[in-house]
Design a protein around this ligand. Structure first.
Ligand code: ACO
Length: 401
């Protein structure tokens, strides 16, 4: 029989890099991160400038096309996105099939995957025009699907997109509008949402984007790729963290309990981590967290909302930043630490937080998927392994086992 070491040697030498800590799976020109300096650039533009001066749809255009649009290009892009916001009427039936308390991420993932069954004119991945069409469709339909998932989960009828409104305002209408009362929407709400979407739009080869690219490398259709990205995003170590942060803050309940929570998070046997803390790449402050923290105070003040969760969050951040465990491991608040508090102030329920992230990240996912298909001779993603199983052995008949 072969020994395992020999088996592995016989199949060649590989880099063993669990979690891909230091393996670049691709070249990409979309987004740059310097985790030590806390720098994030979309197509070369600093996130701070985009957050201040741009809007989500313009950022989506930038991510996809590589350049900021001219006024005319933006108008065309916005028109195209708006033109594709509706979902097929029969797609609505999918939602009826779910149990009333289905998680909106489960419904969104399924609905996005099902788009491949409805839009056959955008499945040919070798046709650049069809690829673009699929990208626009996904950006356009994600808010419609997300709002439908939410309304179904609370037993309300699904609202059609109002295409005379801009992207974020339209989404808030689909979420909250009821026929009898006109929706009183503060402009601060749509602006805050737009900013959160900009900050979440892309983050180079994170777990969900890598998933989109891995699935994309097989030649799968774009809707299947993005549905896989949504699945990867759902986990609490990734996009699910924003939901987990709010649950954790509610559990802590009061600033006076923060000390105990910090001690528990330091105990490896507790199985408890401070959600919204730490990042694989940022070993300095997450620049998105800095922007969100500032914005959180402003949005709550502008909307006249007072939330004790913000006090708990600030106390927790201050306590962790003073604690040598967190300092030594460079664990700082990440983008998700404050985003949930803002979503809550906008009236968005906790189960929808990761869906909100998915709407924004769709821009990044499709930008990477398009880039991947514009790269000649792209290879199928196929990691290798170090085999640790049994050596070769002979089959044993059942009566002799
Ligand atoms: N609370 C307590 N301890 C932590 C935390 C945390 N939030 N995060 C990491 N640590 C500790 C680990 O126990 C480990 O300690 P050790 O060196 O003594 O073993 C050390 O810090 C390094 O942690 P790893 O898990 O090895 O770091 P990794 O880069 O693999 O993980 C991750 C990064 C998943 C983000 C991690 O920090 C985490 O679980 N954070 C909480 C979940 C979260 O907020 N996720 C959102 C990420 S941002 C995003 O996806 C948008």
């Amino acid at each position: 029989a072969f020994d395992i070491g020999k088996l592995n040697k016989d199949t060649g030498y590989f880099t063993y890099d669990p979690g891909f800590m230091s393996t670049a799976a691709t070249k990409s020109a979309v987004t740059f991160i310097d985790g030590d300096q806390g720098v994030l650039l979309y197509r070369g533009y600093p996130i701070e400038q985009l957050a201040k001066q741009s809007n989500f749809l313009e950022v989506a255009y930038l991510l996809i096309n590589g350049e900021l649009p001219s006024a005319a290009q933006f108008q065309t892009f916005e028109h195209d996105v708006t033109h594709h916001t509706m979902m097929r009427e029969s797609l609505k039936n999918f939602f009826q099939g779910f149990h009333y308390d289905a998680h909106p991420m489960a419904m969104s993932m399924a609905a996005v995957g099902s788009l491949a069954a409805f839009y056959h004119d955008s499945l040919d991945i070798n046709d650049p025009a069809q690829r673009k069409l699929a990208a626009i469709r996904l950006i356009a339909k994600m808010p419609t699907i997300a709002a439908a998932a939410y309304r179904y989960s609370i037993g309300w009828p699904i609202r059609y997109p109002r295409n005379n409104l801009e992207y974020c305002t339209r989404f808030l209408h689909m979420m909250f509008e009821v026929p009898s009362e006109p929706l009183q929407l503060s402009p601060v709400a749509a602006k805050a949402l737009d900013l959160l979407f900009i900050l979440h739009a892309d983050h180079e080869q994170n777990a969900s984007t890598s998933t989109v690219r891995l699935v994309g490398s097989t030649g799968a259709n774009p809707y299947a790729c993005v549905a896989a990205g949504i699945a990867a995003l759902w986990g609490p170590a990734h996009g699910g963290a924003n939901e987990a942060v709010l649950k954790m803050l509610a559990e802590i309940g009061d600033a006076k309990n923060v000390g105990k929570a910090v001690e528990r998070a330091k105990d490896k046997n507790s199985g408890f981590r401070l959600m919204g803390f730490g990042h694989r790449v940022y070993k300095n402050f997450d620049p998105r967290a800095t922007i969100i923290r500032e914005m959180c105070h402003k949005v709550l003040a502008d909307l006249n909302v007072s939330d004790p969760m913000l006090d708990v969050a600030m106390e927790l951040e201050a306590a962790a930043l003073k604690d040598s465990y967190f300092v030594e491991r460079k664990l700082y608040p990440n983008v998700d630490f404050y985003s949930g508090i803002i979503y809550k102030a906008l009236g968005i329920p906790t189960e929808m937080f990761t869906v909100m992230f998915a709407i924004a990240r769709t821009a990044g996912w499709v930008a990477h998927w398009l880039e991947q298909h514009e790269t000649p001779d792209a290879k199928i993603g196929r990691p290798r392994q170090i085999y640790t199983g049994a050596p070769t052995r002979d089959y044993v008949d059942v009566e002799k086992r």
